[in-house]
Design a protein around this ligand. Structure first.
Ligand code: ZN
Length: 380
């Protein structure tokens, strides 16, 4: 299954998830699931599938995404990134780890249970979203449509570790505005780059306060701030009338974008009061909330014990290093974890791969979680 899914080019942008969604819909329907392509973006649906056992009873959700990041420079790849080449117990290709391998494991786990004749005491849903790598709103839209589940696994590549939290991210464009004039008479203008230099100085100080502050999440570490890009001016002999930077701020659970923005405004307002020529514009252009399921949530314990049983080794919960759609689930009050095959470290790289033995272990873990979570009498 993983090989087959990798062979669909769902690089985002542009996405083109529809063909894979239709293929999977057909496949899941043939297994006996109720399926539905849900409107999300034009020609880019979310696929919802349900193995309905009971009208009442718990609903469990496997949450995944159909799109991948771009392959980048294809000549650097050892194998065609859309071949799904199997070599030395690894399947290579864009999306093998992030996260078509886990989607295959969702399906394999469920299919095995269905074939075994074991009757689950609840329903199993699979949601496969489009555009996770850019907007990451598929799950949010799904929940907005009124679907409700009682627990969820987001199948991002976690090397079989149970991840219960991830940071959020917010990004701003910050502009300083000046006044252009000929470079030979700079005193007649206002140099926006010099004004930005003052701002940058303060932002660097602020970033340092985060790195030494005692504010730290036990799994995610400290909040961070990075200025990633800068542009300003148009020509060497003109005093620049604008300079623009982008700021990336990683948020811990409990942080809010509003509070961070307030912090920026305090600094900028102080600078502007010290220097009346310092004019600025701050604009938030992207944000994704942090997520956390309490470590002592019964579903976390159940998942952790299933990992331990399958892998026969101790499993410690972790924090995930990237943002995921888990945040939407957590905001809807759904106990959720990130758990999947493959390593996030190879996820967006050349020669992305997933190990075949990891895929099988992952499917076993998923199957055991379904059995324990949805077994009569033993469920949570
Ligand atoms: Zn992913």
């Amino acid at each position: 299954l993983t090989k087959k899914f990798v062979q669909f080019d769902t690089q985002n942008p542009p996405g083109k998830e529809k063909e894979l969604a239709q293929y999977l819909e057909e496949h899941l329907r043939s297994l006996g699931l109720n399926t539905k392509l849900l409107d999300f973006l034009p020609d880019r649906p979310n696929l919802f599938a349900e193995y309905k056992v009971k009208d009442k009873g718990k609903n469990f959700l496997f949450d995944g995404h159909l799109d991948t990041v771009p392959v980048g420079n294809i000549s650097l790849w050892t194998f065609d990134p859309f071949s799904g080449t199997l070599k030395d117990d690894k399947i290579y290709g864009r999306g093998a780890a992030d996260m078509k391998g886990s989607i295959a494991a969702f399906i394999h786990a469920l299919e095995t249970i269905m074939d075994s004749g074991i009757k689950l005491d609840g329903n199993v849903c699979i949601l496969l979203t489009s555009d996770e790598e850019i907007s990451a709103l598929g799950t949010k839209i799904f929940l907005k449509k009124g679907y409700r589940v009682d627990a969820a696994i987001v199948g991002e590549p976690s090397c079989h570790e149970v991840n219960v939290a991830h940071k959020g991210v917010a990004r701003w464009k910050l502009k300083t505005l000046g006044k252009s004039t000929h470079a030979s008479t700079p005193e007649e203008g206002i140099n926006a780059i010099y004004k930005m230099a003052k701002v940058l100085n303060e932002l660097e100080k602020l970033a340092k306060t985060y790195s030494v502050s005692s504010k730290e999440h036990f799994l995610l570490g400290k909040p961070t701030l990075n200025v990633g890009t800068i542009v300003g001016g148009i020509k060497d002999n003109i005093v620049p009338d604008f300079c623009e930077i982008t700021i990336d701020r990683r948020l811990l659970p409990g942080d809010s974008v509003e509070n961070v923005e307030k912090e920026f405004y305090q600094i900028l307002s102080r600078l502007a009061s010290e220097d009346p020529d310092l004019k600025f514009e701050l604009k938030l252009y992207h944000s994704h909330n942090p997520a956390e399921t309490p470590i002592n949530n019964p579903f976390v314990n159940l998942a952790n014990s299933c990992v331990e049983k399958v892998l026969r080794k101790r499993s410690l919960v972790k924090g995930f290093q990237a943002t995921t759609e888990m945040s939407h689930l957590v905001e809807a009050g759904i106990p959720s974890i990130i758990l999947g095959a493959g390593d996030i470290k190879v996820a967006h790289t050349v020669d992305e791969y997933v190990q075949v033995d990891q895929l099988f272990d992952c499917a076993k873990i998923y199957a055991l979680i379904l059995l324990e979570y949805l077994s009569s009498g033993q469920g949570l």
